[in-house]
Design a protein around this ligand. Structure first.
Ligand code: COD
Length: 163
């Protein structure tokens, strides 16, 4: 039987930490669906859902078993509609644990059949987050080694004059 997992997130924007996790996840499941929450729960996103989708599609072209989708509403409903057995999430540091634990337990309550798998990125990406990337970039800092080049280009055109 094929194992399908969902890697959900806001991805505003995709970072090398996300990509690292996608590559690791794609090695252990048959199909991995990167699922972008359309209406961010973190306030107004910098990139629209279709921009985020395009960036992830382009960055994962080399990974044959990875697809990209957007969703609204409950993650468990989207996972069920995709026939996915698991949700993949990243843990960077102890600080991620509490939020991830609550989310995994709530998702289990909503759908006891859906498992949450946690993976850790390469050490060099453990401090990377989309929020930090945007903040540093807005202030003129160099984040080019922390995001894929195509995301860097999009950041430059979205925030002209930042670099
Ligand atoms: N290295 C490794 N992993 C990373 C890194 C990094 N550098 N950066 C981020 N990650 C991981 C995160 O830990 C997370 O697991 C994943 O990548 C995505 O990160 P984000 O920040 O883009 O995504 P989130 O945390 O904003 O995603 C939240 C969801 C969209 C999954 C959540 O809000 C959700 O499921 N919403 C739908 C409504 C719902 O079902 N709510 C009830 C949930 S209990």
């Amino acid at each position: 039987m094929q194992t399908k997992a969902i890697y959900p997130g806001t991805f505003d924007p995709l970072t090398n930490g996300h990509l690292d996790l996608i590559a690791r996840g794609a090695k252990i499941v048959d199909q991995l669906v990167v699922a972008i929450l359309r209406n961010s729960e973190k306030g107004a996103p910098l990139f629209t859902a279709s921009e985020r989708e395009e960036m992830i599609r382009e960055a994962t072209l080399g990974l044959g078993n990875v697809s990209v989708a957007t969703f609204d509403g409950l993650l468990v409903d989207f996972a069920r509609s995709q026939g996915a057995k698991a949700v993949l999430r990243g843990i960077r540091a102890v600080s991620d644990y509490e939020y991830e634990f609550q989310m995994a337990m709530m998702n289990r309550k909503l759908d006891p059949e859906l498992e949450t798998l946690f993976m850790m990125p390469a050490e060099k990406y453990t401090y990377v987050s989309s929020r930090l990337i945007k903040g540093v970039f807005h202030l003129g800092g160099d984040v080019s080694s922390l995001v894929p080049p195509l995301v860097m280009d999009r950041l430059k055109s979205k925030v002209p004059g930042a670099i």
